[in-house]
Design a binder for this molecule. Structure first.
Ligand SMILES: Nc1ncnc2c1ncn2[C@@H]1O[C@H](COP(=O)(O)OP(=O)(O)OP(=O)(O)O)[C@@H](O)[C@H]1O
Ligand SMILES: [Mg+2]
Length: 387
């Protein structure tokens, strides 16, 4: 039985529009999982312990009419087919079957019973897109992006961090990851940008955070166009709860495309007069181009007393409130950077970590209403198979 599951898994692994969201070993487990995951299609073997596939299909058809079942059986006789259909299955696969048979059957069931029913997609998570931005370098965008991302992951969220600082991206070094696969490898093939292609170039950090790294060398940055980035966002949006961008300190067409697409722009400033000046110019530029200013949240990073001006002065100078404050804690920030670790994971009780964990809590709180808790549910077609 395990063998059947691993065969099916292997056959479906490279299918971009099919995502396996769960596996069960018997009919009882399958029913429990369907309740939790509400997949679009279930692949069910007839011969299973506890509750057999036909009985399970009958229960699913009655209790979960939006979930479509395909029955798999070694017996191809008319009688079995008839019993499966009577149990409420939408199709029947005779074992052994080829990858094509399997994919076609799932696709047909999906097209016929799922595709044209938008209400079945309403609960799919759509990622919040958060962009860390500033018009001055060195203010802490990468530090904040990496640590907020890791903190959201530790709260059970699925997060993709994209290093859009394409020329001199620091996410790889900040998390001590080899930049073997990057956004450059994704776009240079000229292949269509699909979830499958993107996944091949994602690096997953040991904490569970997915990373799409910046090209290794600045010369490759030009190859990545805004269209590529928008396509990436489009393709991964239902696979993550959060997509976080670490942006470079410039306003070109590329950054604007990402900022436009973002649900929240975390504009990072510090208590330095040059940061105040540049942030002010940045806000004015956004105003001039009619950018939606309500998306902008001002983050005061490296907060420290007695440096000539403080949070209130920053707010007055920029005419927007500070959304979150992160204290200056150089030793922790520097050490975690040099060790390639996220301080929210290594030093979670430090003041700097607590402020970012608080930000993550706040974000999760805001988006909880808008998102489903079914974060494991992915793209267009979701599949669960029993046996
Ligand atoms: N809250 C903080 N307290 C102390 N040091 C900090 C804090 N935030 C960031 N730093 C330090 O500031 C430096 C710059 O941080 P970081 O690289 O995250 O900034 P950046 O805005 O991404 O810079 P760049 O423009 O190079 O991309 C690093 O040495 C980092 O450790
Ligand atoms: Mg940076």
């Amino acid at each position: 039985m395990d063998e059947l599951r691993s065969n099916v898994r292997r056959m479906l692994n490279n299918q971009d529009n099919i995502k396996i969201v769960g596996e069960a070993r018997n009919g009882r487990e399958a029913i429990d999982l369907v309740k939790e995951l509400q997949p679009h299609v279930v692949l069910m073997d007839i011969n299973m312990p506890e509750i057999d596939g036909l009985k399970a299909a009958e229960i699913l058809a009655k209790d979960f009419p939006n979930v479509q079942t395909v029955i798999m059986s070694i017996q191809g006789e008319q009688e079995y087919f008839r019993r499966a259909m009577k149990a409420g299955a939408k199709d029947f696969l005779v074992k052994p079957f080829s990858t094509n048979d399997l994919v076609d059957t799932i696709q047909n069931v999906f097209n016929k019973w799922v595709k044209d029913r938008p209400e079945l997609f309403e609960n799919e998570p759509k990622a919040e897109i958060l962009s860390f931005f500033s018009t001055k370098g060195g203010v802490g965008r990468t530090t904040l992006a990496v640590n907020l991302a890791a903190s959201l992951v530790s709260k059970g969220k699925k997060v993709l961090l994209i290093d859009a600082s394409l020329q001199f991206g620091d996410v790889a070094i900040t998390l001590n990851q080899p930049a073997k696969r990057t956004i450059y490898q994704l776009v240079e093939t000229g292949e269509e940008i699909t979830l499958g292609e993107i996944e091949k170039n994602i690096i997953t950090h040991e904490c569970g955070l997915d990373l799409l790294l910046a090209p290794k060398e600045p010369a490759f940055a030009e190859a990545v166009k805004s269209e590529h980035i928008l396509k990436i966002v489009e393709a991964v949006q239902t696979a993550y709860n959060y997509i976080i961008f670490d942006l470079p300190p410039s306003i070109t067409e590329k950054e604007l495309a990402i900022l436009d697409r973002s649900t929240m722009v975390l504009l990072v400033a510090t208590l330095e007069i040059s940061s105040l000046k540049n942030t002010k110019i940045c806000l004015k530029t956004f105003g001039d181009i009619n950018f939606d200013l309500s998306k902008i949240k001002l983050i005061l990073n490296k907060d420290i007393p007695n440096v000539g001006f403080g949070k209130e002065d920053l707010e007055a100078g920029l005419s927007i409130p500070v959304y979150a404050t992160v204290p200056m804690e150089s030793e922790i920030a520097q050490r975690s950077l040099n060790h390639g670790e996220a301080f929210v994971l290594k030093s979670p009780t430090s003041a700097i970590a607590r402020s970012i964990i608080g930000m993550a809590d706040r974000l999760v709180g805001i988006t909880a209403g808008a998102q489903t808790s079914k974060s494991a549910i992915f793209k267009i077609k979701d599949l669960l198979f029993g046996s």
